[in-house]
Design a protein around this ligand. Structure first.
Ligand code: GDP
Ligand code: MG
Length: 163
């Protein structure tokens, strides 16, 4: 597959919401419990004439904390294998969590371009809150709202430069 954008991050940050916004055909399968997506889902998207596949990942981790890193590594590495560009999504409402840091640790090992996407930045206040994620040391923070679409254009403008 050419031109693949993978959305990774812990559960409930809004990966599937962004996926649904980006892809024309909504292939993400939502579970009964809110915010839960099983497995990974593929969709087809277009931005300013560039066509790409979007992968929505589950982000699940279970069991004891010492097992998280191995599980995250497996998920992220699967996505990294296929991806041209990684969108690492965090939640500006929840703020930086330990699980985000665990994901960051794995994602940082990738040589592929990574965009740090602070979702749920629905308001000016939340956009300011999103600046907390500079602490991760992963470069520019892109505050977006997958719910309203705010910031997604600016993000995609940068993402498609790598496709
Ligand atoms: P995922 O587990 O990362 O795929 O997250 P989901 O896309 O399922 O979203 C988890 C929850 O966050 C749902 O209740 C969404 O409606 C909510 N959500 C997603 N994006 C936004 C956003 O931009 N703003 C707000 N306020 N809520 C959002
Ligand atoms: Mg999901």
């Amino acid at each position: 597959m050419a031109n693949v954008v993978a959305i990774v991050g812990r559960p409930n940050v809004g990966k599937s919401t962004l996926f649904n916004r980006l892809v024309e055909k909504r292939k993400a399968i939502m579970d009964d419990e809110s915010g839960v997506t099983r497995d990974r889902h593929y969709g087809y998207a277009e931005w300013i004439g560039k066509f790409f596949t979007v992968i929505d990942t589950g982000g699940y981790v279970t069991g004891s904390e010492d097992k998280f890193e191995a599980q995250i590594r497996t998920q992220v590495e699967l996505a990294l294998d296929e991806a041209t560009v990684i969108l690492f999504m965090v939640d500006s409402h929840a703020g930086l969590t330990d699980l985000d840091k665990d994901f960051a640790k794995v994602i940082r090992t990738s040589k592929k371009p990574v965009f740090l996407v602070a979702n749920k930045a629905d308001t000016t206040e939340r956009i300011h809150m999103a600046m907390e994620f500079y602490e991760l040391g992963m470069g520019e923070v892109f505050p977006i709202s997958s719910a309203t679409g705010t910031g997604t254009g600016e993000l995609l403008d940068q993402v498609v430069k790598h496709l």
